[in-house]
Write a protein that binds this ligand. Structure first.
Ligand SMILES: Nc1ncnc2c1ncn2[C@@H]1O[C@H](COP(=O)(O)OP(=O)(O)OP(=O)(O)O)[C@@H](O)[C@H]1O
Ligand SMILES: [Mg+2]
Length: 281
């Protein structure tokens, strides 16, 4: 649940290219007066400063006779540089929450703010720009373009980003410096996921949103992926939210947010974070 349609495994190069064209077109339609989330206009947020906030954030899916309350009055905030793990049973609203704060979906009521920009109620073009400039996504399935190498998959993003790192730099950060010219089919699951992380971080997003990034991986491979995520968090200061079903992963977080029944049931603060390499399941 929760994976947007454009991220389906069957993504073809043609569809990706068309999507990039739409993003470029949406960008030119933006009013320069809006100033909304223009990277050059938005000062980078210092570690520990407020980055993201929601208030009464709610989402109800209207299925005709049936109304599904996916998210119910969620109040949440995250500071720049935090590493947050989100836990909770299936159907508790984790992906819905991530999709709303990532600008992939729209709320039924309540507010979501990124810095001093309100996401709820923002027009689609502004949300497109928010996603493009500020948010990196990593999903359970890697959604790489099979006919492109690792380097070319990352380049798809760096070509439209405002202040990207080089694809090689991003792939180096996730430990794939020697596999850049391999096609996805020539890479293991964990390596493919690290390409997906490189693709997500290459534009230097403020926010990295990961929905079950280790869900399809075994423990050993999953740990390598977590090491890549914590390295990005430490070295780039990227605020990172990771949804997982794996309770062992909570030890690597600054804070653990427990979802239940569409809301936040509790939040724990870890006085000390464990390194990703010490996690096992
Ligand atoms: N597009 C949709 N249409 C209707 N209902 C939806 C839709 N997306 C999610 N839901 C419902 O909203 C609730 C929350 O779903 P969500 O995907 O956020 O849960 P989750 O915590 O991510 O679960 P999982 O751990 O299984 O991924 C569920 O009851 C789900 O069935
Ligand atoms: Mg989910």
């Amino acid at each position: 649940m929760g994976q947007p349609s454009w991220c389906s495994e069957a993504t073809s190069y043609g569809r990706v290219a068309r999507r990039l064209t739409r993003i470029k077109a949406a960008d030119t339609r933006l009013s320069p007066l809006s100033g909304m989330l223009d990277r050059s206009a938005a000062p980078s947020v210092a570690k520990g400063e407020p980055l993201l906030r929601t208030s009464g954030l709610s989402k109800t899916y209207d299925m005709g006779e049936l109304k599904v309350v996916a998210l119910n009055q969620v109040d949440f905030s995250a500071n720049a540089g935090e590493f947050i793990v989100i836990l909770g049973p299936s159907g508790s609203g984790k992906s819905t929450f991530l999709n709303l704060i990532g600008g992939l979906d729209t709320a039924t009521s309540g507010e979501a703010w990124f810095q001093d920009h309100q996401l709820t109620g923002a027009r689609e073009a502004a949300l497109t720009r928010y996603r493009r400039d500020h948010v990196g996504f990593v999903f359970q399935f890697y959604n790489l373009v099979p006919s492109l190498t690792a380097r070319e998959n990352v380049r798809l993003v760096t070509e439209i980003a405002r202040n990207p790192m080089r694809p090689e730099e991003a792939l180096d950060m996730v430990g794939l410096g020697t596999r850049m010219d391999h096609f996805p089919a020539q890479l293991s699951g964990g390596e493919q996921q690290r390409v997906a992380i490189a693709r997500a971080i290459a534009k230097r997003p403020d926010l990295l949103l990961c929905d079950e990034p280790t869900g399809a991986l075994d423990s050993k491979t999953g740990v390598v992926v977590l090491e890549a995520l914590t390295r990005v968090n430490a070295e780039l200061g990227t605020t990172t939210l990771v949804i997982t079903h794996n309770v062992a992963i909570r030890a690597i977080a600054d804070r653990v947010v427990n979802f239940a029944d569409g809301g936040i049931a509790s939040i724990q603060v870890n006085a000390q974070r464990m390194s990703a390499s010490s996690v096992g399941w």
